[in-house]
Design a protein around this ligand. Structure first.
Ligand code: HEC
Ligand code: HEC
Length: 207
C-alpha cells in the first residue's frame, strides 16, 4: 500500500499535479488580494499598479511569475538594496504564497502604462544599447531576454514604460550586487552610468 501511494505520488509530482502556479487562484484569495492591492500596495504603486512616483516601480502588465518571484525574494530577504529593505521587506513579510500568487495575477492583468517621452538623443542612444548591446565591453543585447519591444519574454520581466529612475537604480544595484542576480550582474558589469541613463530613458519612453 505504502509503495502504491509513493508510486502514485511520484507520478503526480512528475506530471506537475499539485504544483501551484500564479494562475491558479480561488475566488476568495483573489478578492482578498485585490483588497490588499488597492488599500495597501496602492498607496505607493497606485491602485492598478501604475505608480506616479518614479521611486515606486510600475507593476501593471508585468509578468506574473516574475512578480511572484520578486515578492518571495523580498519575503526571504534575498533581494537587497536600501529601498528593497526599507519598503518591501516589511510589506512582504507576512504574505502567504497564495496571496502572493493572487497579487501577481492581479497586477499582470492590469493595463500597462503607456510610456513617457524623454530627451530624444538619450532615447536614441538607449535604443541602440537595448537592441544591440555594446560589443567591445561584453554588454549583450537586452532584447534577447526582455523581448524586442521590452514587453518581457517567458519569465524575463517587462521593462517597457518603467520609470527611468527606478531602472537606473536597479542597474546600479545589479552592478554592485546589492540586488544579487548573476545574469543581470554580468549584463550590467560593463555599463557606464551615462549608458545606464540612456537605456533607462529609452525604456521609459516605450509603450
Ligand atoms: C510604502 C511604499 C510601498 C508599498 C506600500 C508597497 N511597495 Fe512594493 N515597492 C516599493 C519600492 C520603493 C520598491 C522598489 C524597491 C527597490 O528599489 O528595489 C517596490 C518594489 C516592488 C516590487 C518589485 C517590482 C519589480 O519590478 O521588480 C513588487 C513586485 C512590489 N513592490 C509589490 C508590492 C506589493 C504586492 C505591495 C503590497 C503588499 C507593495 N509592493 C507595497 C514601495 C512600496
Ligand atoms: C541573459 C538574459 C538577460 C539579458 C541579456 C538582459 N537581462 Fe535584464 N533581466 C534578466 C533577468 C533574468 C531579470 C530578473 C532578475 C531577477 O530575478 O531579479 C532581469 C531584470 C532586469 C531589470 C529589473 C526589472 C525590474 O522590474 O526590477 C532591469 C532594469 C533589466 N533587467 C535591464 C536590462 C537591460 C538594460 C539589459 C541590456 C543592457 C538587460 N536587462 C539584459 C535577464 C536578462
Amino acid at each position: 500500500m505504502r509503495q502504491l501511494v509513493l508510486a502514485v505520488c511520484s507520478l503526480l509530482c512528475a506530471l506537475g499535479v499539485g504544483a501551484t502556479r500564479a494562475d491558479d487562484v480561488d475566488a476568495f484569495t483573489k478578492e482578498h488580494a485585490a483588497r490588499i492591492a488597492v488599500g495597501t500596495c496602492g498607496i505607493c504603486h497606485g491602485p492598478a499598479g501604475v505608480s506616479k512616483q518614479p521611486k515606486y516601480p510600475l507593476l501593471a502588465g508585468q509578468n506574473a511569475n516574475y512578480l511572484a518571484a520578486q515578492l518571495k525574494a523580498f519575503r526571504s530577504q534575498t533581494r537587497g538594496d536600501a529601498d528593497a529593505i526599507g519598503y518591501m521587506w516589511g510589506m512582504s513579510a507576512t504574505l502567504e504564497d497564495g496571496t502572493i500568487d493572487a497579487l501577481s495575477q492581479y497586477y499582470a492583468g492590469q493595463a500597462a502604462g503607456t510610456g513617457r517621452a524623454g530627451d530624444s538623443a538619450l532615447v536614441a542612444r538607449g535604443r541602440e544599447i537595448y537592441q544591440k548591446g555594446i560589443e567591445d565591453v561584453g554588454v549583450p543585447s537586452c532584447a534577447t531576454c526582455h523581448g524586442p519591444d521590452a514587453h518581457g519574454l517567458a519569465d524575463f520581466p517587462r521593462l517597457a514604460g518603467q520609470h527611468a529612475q527606478y531602472v537606473l537604480k536597479q542597474l546600479g544595484s545589479f552592478q554592485n550586487n546589492m540586488r544579487n542576480v548573476a545574469v543581470m550582474h554580468g549584463v550590467a558589469q560593463g555599463l557606464k552610468v551615462d549608458e545606464m541613463r540612456a537605456v533607462a530613458a529609452y525604456l521609459e519612453a516605450q509603450p
